[in-house]
Design a protein around this ligand. Structure first.
Ligand SMILES: [Zn+2]
Length: 306
């Protein structure tokens, strides 16, 4: 069902007309998408499969002066057209975007934004297990121009949190094309359709965020992984190692982050490492990690920049 939607979304003009092969093969899916409001009737039609030639070619429909419809077939001449055959359903993007936002539960957050007209939308931010994640939806991101436009729009937002791009385009094409910490997920892998709309497959989102080993390591995945004892970690495409004391600080900051705290006071973080040093001293031999991973304010609070 969601595969039909993905197929439609990849058409230049995401419409399906009554009597087409796509229509007859997918009646159940089309009915359900229509009930959801994701497919709505378009009144601007024009071309239908030729009713006389069993879809071997398309004919352009015109309105006669008498108010009836006809089309010209090179084989059969003018054919009368039943107005019922003129039904064309088109994807309703605002409705589709709202249905996706409902599925990832961000409806109460700021509105969606169309970043590249007809191609890329910002859906919202939501936490998936430990990962605060920014969600986007993209379609027809297969030619270089639209990939570049989408990449530029994504890169315009600072990548301080991992981002997932749900897309009807083949995700494999996009893997190496997106800014750092952005991962594509094929819509049909990330969501399924229910009677009420879409339901997200959390496992698929987590797999994309963790990027298994295949994306995080080396190519710059979206997510982050720390070893069990926090002596090593991968954030995006960066590998870090930590001394025992540093690991204790990172673990304390990570737990604060995971429990939703804004930050941890320096004295609390240092206490976890049995130290009364300042964090900058604890990390003095690991400046890169300190600068890239740890944020602080002038009140002495520290946090992980995940
Ligand atoms: Zn014909």
């Amino acid at each position: 069902m969601i595969n039909l939607l993905c197929e439609l979304l990849e058409l230049p003009d995401p419409v399906v007309s009554v009597g087409s092969t796509m229509w007859t093969k997918n009646r159940v899916a089309i009915d359900r998408l229509s009930r959801l409001g994701a497919l709505t009737q378009s009144d601007a039609v024009r071309t239908i499969p030729c009713p006389a030639c069993d879809e071997h070619h398309y004919v352009r429909v015109e309105r006669t002066e008498a108010g009836t419809f006809r089309a010209y077939c090179p084989n059969e001449g003018f054919l009368p057209i039943d107005p019922a055959d003129l039904t064309v359903l088109q994807v309703d993007f605002p409705c589709l975007i709202e249905a996706l936002r409902l599925a990832i539960n961000v409806l109460s957050r700021p509105l969606a934004q169309e970043l590249v007209p007809g191609h890329l939308w910002f859906l919202g931010e939501q936490r998936i297990k430990a990962y605060r994640t920014r969600f986007y939806f993209g379609r027809r991101l297969t030619d270089l121009e639209s990939i570049e436009r989408a990449g530029a729009a994504l890169a315009a937002k600072p990548a301080t949190v991992p981002a997932l791009l749900l897309t009807s385009s083949p995700a494999s094409v996009l893997t190496d094309q997106l800014p750092k910490r952005h991962a594509p997920v094929f819509l049909a892998d990330a969501c399924r359709m229910t009677n009420a709309g879409f339901a997200v497959e959390e496992a698929a989102l987590l797999a994309a965020l963790r990027a298994d080993d295949r994306v995080v390591i080396g190519t710059g995945g979206a997510g982050y992984i720390f070893s069990k004892g926090f002596r090593s970690g991968v954030v995006g495409d960066k590998n870090y190692t930590f001394t025992k004391k540093q690991a204790a600080v990172v673990e304390a900051l990570y737990e604060a982050y995971a429990s939703g705290l804004h930050g941890l006071h320096q004295s609390e973080a240092a206490a976890e490492a049995d130290s009364n040093q300042r964090l900058v001293q604890i990390f003095r031999d690991n400046k890169e990690a300190y600068e890239e991973l740890i944020g602080s304010d002038d009140q002495g609070y520290y946090w992980l920049k995940l």
